[in-house]
Design a protein around this ligand. Structure first.
Ligand code: AMP
Ligand code: ZN
Length: 113
């Protein structure tokens, strides 16, 4: 995916503040944090959004959540955190490569506006 920002970050073509990386996923800090701790976990494989999760590729979602739990323990987020996936226009998705936001470090309002 030549024009995908997160594919370029996954390939190391655009720098990011990496937290965790393996052959399947990358976790890095959001460039415009919305909470004291705000990072993203992305599959390295290009999946445009949650709409494109299928029986063939859904295992990556389980792996993403394993990685989130691992990072939460390492960052000592014992007070909790929120995992967010924005999908499509009304979901507020701006980057068309599947990603999960992890927000932490303060009490977060619910529901979102
Ligand atoms: P969304 O609006 O759910 O598609 O989230 C996209 C997120 O990517 C936003 O929170 C942006 O701040 C973040 N973002 C955009 N460009 C970069 C970048 N180069 N490095 C890290 N995060 C980024
Ligand atoms: Zn991509």
């Amino acid at each position: 995916m030549m024009d995908c920002l997160f594919c370029k970050i996954a390939a190391g073509e655009i720098p990011s503040k990496k937290i965790y990386e393996d052959d399947k996923v990358l976790a890095f800090y959001d460039i415009d944090p919305k909470a004291p701790v705000h990072f993203l976990v992305i599959p390295k494989q290009h999946i445009p959004s949650a709409d494109y999760i299928t029986a063939e590729n859904s295992a990556i979602v389980g792996h993403v959540f394993e990685v989130i739990a691992k990072i939460a323990a390492e960052l000592k987020l014992e007070k909790g955190y929120r995992v967010v996936n924005n999908c499509g226009e009304h979901g507020g998705q701006t980057v068309e490569h599947l990603h999960f936001h992890i927000l932490a470090g303060r009490s977060l309002a619910w529901p979102p506006g």
